[in-house]
Design a binder for this molecule. Structure first.
Ligand code: FPP
Length: 272
């Protein structure tokens, strides 16, 4: 049961947005491409890293809102395999912010039964980042509430490639019949194997791109793009994204109920 007062104070503008939502039709899994940190900093004549620092506060707020709404899963895109091309100091600041976030928030995650996860190639990460991640993974392993995943050193194409390679290895070893490989077999080998596919993908900063994020999993996700820059993204913007999601009609390649019920025209009318 959602405690609305924890999500938004009675009488506040956020509360009006919350009250307008159908809480029985929330997405199970929301994925977010956090974008616009650099532009946020530039607008304020600050170094880019200050945008990332401010972005960490938006992460905290979004995790809190998602958990209070009772979502099953939240996945945030924090660092792609392509992000290594950024200046060294920016890359190291991003990982320092992640470590700081975990140090500060781990207890809150555990207290709120939030299970922390990482999606991406962990073996490409620095030892100190790995130990901070391992500590958080271990501390929240028994948590049964929302799954909060951070995509780090992540690439959707690499994830699918890894899954295909693992299937090919099993087939070559004679443990798997290639004819038995179906979509579920591929999905089981992805980092997100035990999570529902995202129902809603949010991208901040107005860019209309997927940027190699959860390529397989977002096949039927609704996409919400907001002009808000990530460091400014707060509960209100999240609730607006959910309202947008609830206005969509999800057809999964079918037709709407209304169109399905349409009476076909009589053959004579077709001939006329
Ligand atoms: C994109 O903005 C943002 C990122 C590449 C990093 C997101 C990271 C954080 C919010 C830091 C903290 C993370 C956690 C999980 C605590 P950009 O730099 O590409 O922005 P721009 O397009 O305006 O330059």
């Amino acid at each position: 049961m959602i405690d609305k007062n924890l999500v938004a104070a009675p009488g506040s503008p956020d509360r009006a947005l919350l009250d307008a939502l159908d809480l029985t039709r929330l997405p199970r899994h929301v994925a977010v491409i956090m974008d616009g940190n650099g532009r946020w900093a530039k607008q304020r004549r600050l170094p880019r890293v200050e945008g990332h620092r401010a972005g960490a506060a938006a992460v905290r707020d979004t995790v809190e809102t998602s958990a209070r709404l009772g979502l099953d899963a939240l996945t945030l895109y924090a660092f792609s395999t392509e992000n290594w091309k950024r200046p060294k100091t920016e890359v190291s600041t991003l990982f320092t912010l992640l470590k700081e976030y975990l140090r500060r928030e781990l207890r809150t995650l555990v207290e709120n039964d939030i299970c922390f996860r990482v999606v991406g190639r962990l073996d490409g990460l620095d030892g100190s980042v790995r130990s901070a991640l391992d500590m958080a993974l271990e501390a929240t392993t028994g948590c049964r509430g929302m799954t909060f995943s951070v995509a780090l050193n992540y690439s959707g194409r690499a994830e699918i490639t890894d899954a295909v390679r693992s299937l090919a290895r099993e087939a070559a070893a004679g443990r798997l019949d290639p004819e038995s490989i179906d979509e579920a077999a591929v999905a089981r080998r992805l980092y997100t194997a035990d999570l529902p596919d995202p129902d809603l993908l949010i991208r901040t900063s107005g860019e209309m791109r997927i940027s190699n994020f959860l390529l397989w999993q977002i096949a039927y996700a609704e996409i919400h793009v907001t002009p808000v820059l990530w460091p400014d993204f707060r509960c209100r913007h999240f609730l607006e994204a959910l309202a947008d999601y609830q206005r969509r009609e999800r057809r999964y390649g079918g037709v709407s109920e209304e169109d399905a019920a349409e009476v076909p025209p009589a053959p004579a009318a077709l001939e006329a």
